[in-house]
Design a protein around this ligand. Structure first.
Ligand SMILES: [Zn+2]
Length: 114
């Protein structure tokens, strides 16, 4: 029983660390976005603006992906608190330990994640 408690505490710490890491990256991307938008102005050639726009587009995609990942980690943290960790959010089966080891914040089994 004691080892199980320790394991959850470790998992919670892993999740918190991962969430903090993603939050830091989000802040960085958001700060860069503000700078980039301020940097596009009159006097620049259209081509330059387009390049920046394309760059911004991929940053937005990365940003969206990170936000989604953060939401999943927050969900995994809630499950851990509720003692519901390791169960698929969709079908309720136990998520295999190997999957949780590879992806500690997994909230869906392999079948439901696809
Ligand atoms: Zn499932």
């Amino acid at each position: 029983m004691t080892s199980e408690v320790t394991r959850s505490a470790d998992e919670a710490m892993d999740l918190a660390r991962r969430a903090a890491d993603i939050e830091a990256r989000l802040v960085k991307i958001e700060a860069a976005a503000v700078t980039a938008v301020g940097g596009i102005g009159f006097g620049k050639r259209v081509g330059e603006g387009t390049n920046i726009a394309v760059e911004r587009f991929s940053e937005v995609a990365i940003h969206d992906g990170l936000q989604q990942e953060l939401a999943t980690i927050r969900r995994a943290e809630a499950k851990l608190r509720d003692g519901d960790a390791g169960r698929c959010d969709s079908c309720g089966v136990a998520i295999p330990v190997e999957r949780l080891e590879a992806l500690p914040w997994a909230v869906h089994c392999v079948e439901c994640a696809i």
